[in-house]
Structures are given as C-alpha cells and as structure tokens.
Ligand binder design. Structure first.
Ligand SMILES: [Zn+2]
Length: 482
C-alpha cells in the first residue's frame, strides 16, 4: 500500500542542465527576434487588435467586430471596428474570425520551473497561484517572471504547508500547539510569501489560531483541510479552500450521527479507502441540510473554492491508460512524464481493486453535482488543477478542468468567467487583470474558435498577450516534441 495524499508532488527547483540553459538562451534570442516588432511595452507603440470578438471574462455576451487598443501593456480603448480611426503609426493585428478572452488564472499549481512557466503561458495562463511550495523556490520564481528573466505567468505564492503530522511533500511544517502554529505563521510571513497554507490534519483550534495570526499580519489563508470542516473554517474566516472531493467537505456532508467514520476519507494516512468511499456515496444526500449549511457558510464568509475536479478524475481513472493520455503528459517536463508512464497506475489509487475503480467512476458525477450546487448557491468558484501531482500536466490540465466544470452544468460563458475574472478577484488583483476592460493590463488569449460554443476551444490558442507583449504557443513550446 502506498502513502498517498494530495500535494505530494514533485518539485522542480532551479536545477536545469547546461544543455537546457543553452537551449533556453537560444529560444529566448529567437523569440526576441520574432516578436520585437509588436512589443508595445518596450517601444511604447500603440498596438491594435482589430476586428475581433471579445469575450470579456465578466459573463457578458461575446462582442463581435471589436477593436482593443493597447499601449504600454494596458488596454486604453475598446470600441467597435468602425467607431474609431486607427492612428497610422499603430501596429495593427487583424483578428477577423478570432476570439479574445482574458488571460487564464490557474489557482493551483505546484510545478513552476522555467520550462513549466513557459508551458503554462503557452496554454494561455498569465497568472498562477502556487498554494504551497518551498518559499525560497517559489518567491524566487515569482521575482524572475515579474522581471522577465523567466518567461511565464505572474506568480502569487503560499509557502510551506502547515500540518499536524509528517507528510511527504518535502515542504511541510509540523505544529502541535496553538503557540507553535502562531509562531510558524509569523516565520512564514517573514519569507515574503503571499499566503499561508494550512493542511489536512490540523485540528479546528489550530486552524482558527492560524487564521487569526495570518490576518493580523495581513496575509490570507488557503486551506486543504480534512480534520477541520469547511463550515468551521469558513466561519473562522478562512479565505480560500481547495479540493471539493476526497478531502474538505466530504465527511461534513453526512448527517452528524453517521459522520465519524467518513472523517478518514478527508485525512487519509495510507491512501484512500475505496470501500468507504462507496459507502459515503450511498449515505450522502445533496439535498440534505448539511449541504445547505456549508454553502451558506462559504457564501456568508466570502470563501473562494477551487474544486480541482481534474485531480479527482485522474485518480479515479488511474487504471485507464487511455484516459491518462487525455491529459497529454508530453507537455510535462520529459523526465516527469516518463515517471508517470513508468508508474502507469495513479500513485494515489494504484492499490485499488478493479471493482473499486468501477464503483469510484460511478461516483464522479456526485463530485460534479457538489461543485454545481456550490456554484448555484453563490460560492465564488475558481479553476485550479494541483499540477505537479501524477498525470496533472501543467497547462493541459487547466483546460480539462474547464471541460469538467462545463460538464458539471456550468455554461461555457460562465466557465470562462471562473477561469479569468473569478481567479483575479480571489487573488485581489481584479483591478489589474481578469477581464477585458479599459485600464486593465493587456493579459489576453487570442483563440481560433469560439469557446462559448465549445469550451474545448479554449485550447485553440492563436497567441497570448502578457502585459501587452505577444507570444506564440508554438515558439513557447518549441522545445517540446509535439
Ligand atoms: Zn495542492
């Protein structure tokens, strides 16, 4: 039996080989030559995206035949095609038959080396949240993508995760008492991270103390909780919660008198027990008072949720090699993809029986229903993947998450809002990015097909603008074999 908990991911530090460095340098040079002419940030030239259909990220209907004027990285004008004369000296890109959405916000990745940063940008991701990592590594990469030393998304990051017992992530801090957790939060704050991350085996009293300490230091708190219910954490003021199945709210959605044994599902020590999981599915009632109470607590306390459905899907389909290729592991760093394929089964469910997989697959729609119910109830849902875990390929997996949210019953236009504006709002940067509006940073994704007609079209990326600078996916991914 294998140990298995989420976030037991493989970290990619700054270790890249000399050959990779040379290749990267050559690529950067090539890239600079190809894109200098449209770089509106460096030369201050006006860039106009002409005759494009705008999907603004705010849930408004697509606006065809529009123009977006960009100067010094910012959107300075949005108008209909013939409403404003384009100045002669402007750089114009005609995008007839193309669609533009705001840059995507990936709320949950633990993978962020140079190669992965470029891959994420190639998949339209212009902002990421790292919800736990070594503070030195993640704040280092945050600076590098901010300065342009590394091409990639804007990064916001939590530090080491704080837990009540040892785990295998390589970046967890163990605390036992209220004083210890407060001190740990203070120490984390000194590392310059953006968020505090709390983990699954923490008792409610410690979660509450950590939230209070973090808030007194002006830091928000992300929880991957198990022993502490989401309802308790929401009422205690937590800001953000992740993984809506197989952790978090699972046991608290069961009536109190039957709840105890299901607590193990939220806080597994030796992997997930598939039998218990099935029993949970039969006991859970989506129309029960527990679901209503949880939804109310999340809404009332403005708690943000990233469900990471793709993470659950990859585990449950861990026995199906055809499924796992859907996540296109070749877009992950080569050695990582090789490791996943060598392992074959998903690390966290590799010991499940054939019958367990069959039953678990039947439960997946229940997880989707929980997300839809939270969404309909007014909870701020965002999109994240837990990239870095087995088979969760950076970039690709976020687009799969969009499909799963759409399959859960959320219309494509609203999934786009979840993927863009909701993420920016959750990260408190919606006055800068997350929607296509005058004054916002020009973080944009130009698509070849309409994503409102088919959410899979978010994958059909023609180019990406980050801070007004244009990138082609083929160039960003030119070191990939596919
Ligand atoms: Zn995670």
């Amino acid at each position: 039996m294998r140990q298995g908990i989420f976030c037991r991911n493989i970290m990619f530090g700054s270790s890249i080989t000399k050959t990779m460095k040379i290749r990267l340098t050559l690529l950067i040079c090539l890239f600079s030559l190809l894109y200098l002419p449209v770089n509106s940030t460096e030369n201050g030239k006006l860039l106009v995206l002409e005759d494009v259909t705008i999907i603004d990220g705010l849930g408004n209907l697509p606006q065809p035949s529009s123009c977006i004027f960009i100067k010094e990285g910012k959107i300075i004008r949005i108008c209909k095609k013939d409403d404003f004369k384009i100045p002669k000296n402007a750089q114009v890109i005609n995008l007839h038959d193309k669609y533009v959405i705001p840059g995507l916000v990936e709320m949950h990745t633990h993978m962020f080396n140079e190669e992965v940063c470029k891959t994420m940008l190639a998949f339209g991701i212009t902002t990421v949240r790292i919800p736990a990592a070594s503070p030195k590594e993640s704040t280092g990469m945050r600076s590098k993508t901010a300065s342009g030393e590394v091409i990639g998304p804007r990064i916001l990051t939590a530090g080491d995760l704080i837990d009540g017992r040892e785990s295998s992530t390589g970046y967890s801090l163990i605390v036992k008492t209220e004083e210890e957790i407060r001190e740990t939060v203070r120490q984390q704050a000194k590392t310059g991270i953006d968020y505090i991350k709390l983990y699954s085996s923490l008792e409610p009293v410690l979660v509450k103390a950590a939230i209070d300490e973090a808030h007194s230091l002006g830091l928000k708190v992300i929880g991957h909780l198990g022993k502490t219910s989401w309802t308790f954490a929401a009422n205690a003021g937590i800001d953000s919660l992740c993984h809506s199945a197989m952790s978090g709210p699972i046991w608290e959605l069961i009536p109190v008198e039957k709840r105890d044994k299901f607590l193990k599902l939220s806080c597994p020590i030796k992997g997930f027990n598939p039998n218990l999981f099935m029993e949970w599915g039969e006991t859970f009632n989506i129309d029960g008072p527990e679901m209503k109470e949880l939804t109310r607590a999340l809404v009332d306390n403005k708690v943000v949720v990233d469900p990471t459905l793709v993470m659950m899907e990859a585990m449950i389909w861990g026995d199906d090699s055809n499924y796992k290729e859907i996540l296109e592991p070749d877009f992950a760093p080569e050695n990582i993809a090789k490791g996943w394929r060598k392992e074959n089964l998903h690390l966290y469910t590799s010991w499940w029986s054939e019958e367990a997989f069959v039953s678990a697959k039947k439960l997946f729609p229940t997880f989707s229903k929980i997300v839809k119910r939270l969404y309909d109830g007014g909870v701020l849902i965002t999109a994240g993947t837990d990239a870095g875990n087995p088979w969760i390929t950076p970039g690709v997996s976020l687009h799969r998450e969009f499909e799963l949210l759409n399959n859960a019953g959320i219309p494509a236009l609203e999934v786009i809002m979840i993927a863009t504006y909701n993420g920016a709002k959750a990260l408190d940067i919606s006055d800068e990015v997350g929607s296509i509006e005058v004054g916002k940073q020009a973080d944009l994704v130009i698509l070849n097909s309409n994503p409102v007609e088919n959410i899979k079209n978010t994958r059909k990326i023609e180019s990406i603008l980050k801070n007004g600078k244009l990138y082609k996916p083929s160039v960003l991914l030119s070191n990939k074999s596919n």
